[in-house]
Design a protein around this ligand. Structure first.
Ligand code: GUN
Ligand code: FE
Length: 438
């Protein structure tokens, strides 16, 4: 594909917000090659006739008529080193961490193993259509470096910090934790995510000191917050015994006190939050990654952590986006995550959780939180040409984004693992980087 102009024909779904999702039946994307780089960006999006009329140079036309194009996904919370524990028995969070997750992450101490796993995992992630997001690695700095090396797309990535209440094989000294952050934050800057695992496993001095390093390097910050009741009682009882924290009233207050709540912070889960905690998050402009497949009941392969109250989060004006929480979540595909968000809310009688909203929260909302929405997140003009080609749609289908997205979800839901293979083609910066049928 060497032309400097490409026209892609398909039906196009282009999310803009919770309520607004553009749909162009028989649409076209006009891609232009960036002069300095070799990447393509979107110059025009619209009905085929209108777009084709604007083409003046020689161009290549790629015809995906009857197929649907959507922007590539952002997965705003996942652990790349937990690929092997996605399907392990889950009783509750702390039990699953101790019995399956920590032993699995310990293996990443080995560099050759880490490299092999990174190659496989990030290749698979592309095939599911995820080209951006926020990623947790193990404690080992080389595992974060391998992740950066193999990840395709726009990710912030960080090594988890574990200085207490952790198995011996994963416990770092405070100095080791601090040195790893100094090294990686300096190397990756705004693509680095300072990642204290959670306040149970990272001591407050380390959180405070590394938070300052993250801010200096303009890095992001990510951690877990209020995922389960067991975790909340553990952490609040623990910190009440620590000097300077005797008076803390909540889990969120711990992170506030060590300076980790910022506009560049993404807290995972946030299911069980009081009004005071929501106000703290709002006041600091902290964002939340909601992981419905991980929080889902155990019979649905989740950790049974509870239902995220998105309406309350929105009422407080908090930014939030969807994540898979691999391996708390069992499947890589953001289609499965969108399905779980819609289905769980529907079952609980909560209105407003539809597929249009889910798509926005699985794409543009993530790019907004990562402050990359000027060039990523949807298919608006001047953005990078990062998109997915989905299977042909049934001609009987109602031609609107809600019905079309539901059609794809219905296709995969009998066997959820199949969502990971739903995407037919993946384009990154205008280049075909995955073709299922090739
Ligand atoms: N809390 C602390 N560590 C983890 C983790 O690895 N997964 C999930 N879901 N929650 C956590
Ligand atoms: Fe997690």
């Amino acid at each position: 594909m060497n032309s400097s102009t490409i026209v892609v024909l398909a039906h196009i779904i282009n999310p803009q917000s919770d309520k607004k999702c553009d749909f162009i039946k028989n649409g076209a994307l006009l891609l232009k090659k960036n002069r300095t780089k070799k990447n393509y960006f979107i110059q025009e999006i619209g009905p085929q006739k209108k777009v084709l009329a604007k083409v003046i140079d020689e161009c290549q036309v790629i015809d995906y008529s009857d197929h649907v194009i959507i922007p590539s996904f952002f997965d705003m919370h996942f652990h790349w080193v937990q690929d092997d524990v996605r399907q392990m028995p889950k009783a509750d969070l702390l039990h699953w961490l101790e019995n399956y997750t920590f032993p699995a992450e310990t293996k990443f101490a080995n560099k050759a193993y880490t490299k092999k796993k990174a190659k496989v995992f990030f290749k698979r992630l592309v095939q599911t259509g995820t080209l951006g997001g926020a990623c947790y690695s193990s404690i080992h700095p080389h595992a974060t470096e391998e992740a950066f090396e193999h990840a395709v797309g726009d990710f912030v990535i960080g090594n988890v910090l574990m200085t207490m209440n952790s198995p011996k094989s994963l416990t770092q000294t405070k100095k080791e934790a601090l040195d790893s952050v100094k090294f990686l934050a300096k190397k990756y800057k705004q693509n680095y995510a300072l990642t204290p695992r959670f306040a149970i496993a990272t001591d407050p001095q380390t959180m405070l000191a590394t938070g300052a390093i993250a801010k200096k390097n303009k890095s992001f910050i990510q951690s877990h917050l209020s995922e389960t009741q067991g975790e909340i009682s553990f952490v609040t009882n623990l910190y009440k015994e620590l000097e300077g924290f005797e008076k803390i009233k909540s889990y969120t207050e711990i992170y506030k006190k060590v300076g980790l709540l910022t506009p560049k912070t993404i807290m995972g889960h946030g299911i069980h939050l009081s009004v005071e905690e929501l106000q703290l998050l709002k006041g600091t402009q902290t964002a939340i990654a909601h992981c419905p497949t991980s929080n889902a009941p155990i019979r649905q392969k989740g950790l049974g952590s509870g239902l995220f109250n998105f309406k309350k989060i929105e009422r407080y004006g908090l930014r939030w986006a969807l994540g898979s929480d691999i391996g708390g979540g069992p499947f890589l595909s953001m289609f499965d995550v969108m399905r779980s968000f819609v289905e769980q809310n529907k079952k609980a009688g909560v209105s407003g959780a539809n597929y249009k909203k889910a798509l926005y929260r699985a794409t543009l909302a993530g790019a907004e939180i990562l402050q990359k929405d000027k060039k990523l997140g949807n298919l608006n003009p001047l953005k990078e040409a990062n998109f997915l080609v989905l299977p042909k749609i049934n001609s009987q289908l109602k031609m609107n984004p809600e019905s079309i997205l539901e059609f794809y979800v219905k296709k995969g839901q009998k066997n959820r693992a199949k969502f990971d293979d739903l995407v037919e083609k993946v384009f990154y910066q205008g280049k075909l980087i995955y073709n299922k049928r090739a």
